[in-house]
Write a protein that binds this ligand. Structure first.
Ligand code: NI
Length: 220
């Protein structure tokens, strides 16, 4: 399941992020790419020594983890440290699948948090391949798309302006994407039932099914 969530950040946080990113130090993104990704990755990433950008990475991760829709769709057990990327004209990231294991973390869900106003740059779409074709994402600053880490995806070349984004990975309590989707829909349905009619017998039964499926599938 691909899910766009927005906005995850309010305008004040986007403005503070923009100020930190504009003043921040960036280094060649190939430094953190695996052996084959080095041949197709052409972007810049936050210098790990830049304390202000390190603080921004933590703030963004905390904000994403608190987001209710993200919790419902991803069921995060933990996140990898976020990566902040900068694409200048001519930069892109070719087709790749994200690493399965990152240190102690199994990457189940990948996400991109867009940090630049889409009107400020051309190109730079996140393109995700799926059975129905390739889907393009270029979201407002502060919005996020989450997608299974199992997919092939790429970032189209930026042809003008500058594109900033935060990318990250979650290990989910529920490894299987189809099960995560089923839980997301049941959780959404029970919340809708509650809003419409309160704590009815139908709400109780859907909540029971949701909770017991989560109990059956969760790997804490
Ligand atoms: Ni990727």
């Amino acid at each position: 399941m691909l899910l766009c969530i927005g906005p995850v950040l309010d305008k004040g946080v986007v403005d503070a992020a923009t100020a930190a990113l504009t003043a921040g130090r960036f280094v060649d993104g190939r430094a953190t790419a695996g052996w084959y990704a080095r041949t197709i990755k052409e972007n810049l990433q936050a210098d790990p020594q830049d304390d202000r950008l390190a603080a921004l990475r933590r703030t963004l991760a905390d904000t994403i983890l608190r987001n209710e829709l993200f919790q419902m769709a991803v069921r995060p057990r933990r996140l990898s440290p976020l990566s902040l990327s900068r694409y200048e004209p001519g930069m892109h990231y070719g087709a790749h699948v994200d690493d399965a294991i990152m240190g102690e973390l199994r990457a189940d869900v990948s996400f991109t948090l867009f940090l630049s106003d889409p009107a400020g740059y051309a190109g730079g779409e996140l393109m995700i391949d799926g059975p129905g074709g390739t889907q393009e994402f270029k979201l407002p600053a502060g919005s996020l798309v989450a997608y299974p880490s199992t997919t092939l995806h790429h970032v189209a070349e930026v042809t003008s302006g500058v594109r900033y984004a935060a990318v990250g990975w979650a290990q989910s309590l529920v490894r299987d994407a189809a099960r995560r989707e089923l839980l997301f829909e049941l959780d959404t349905a029970r919340r809708t039932l509650f809003r419409q009619s309160g704590k009815t017998g139908a709400f109780d039964l859907v909540t029971k099914s949701f909770s017991n499926l989560l109990r059956m599938w969760a790997e804490p």
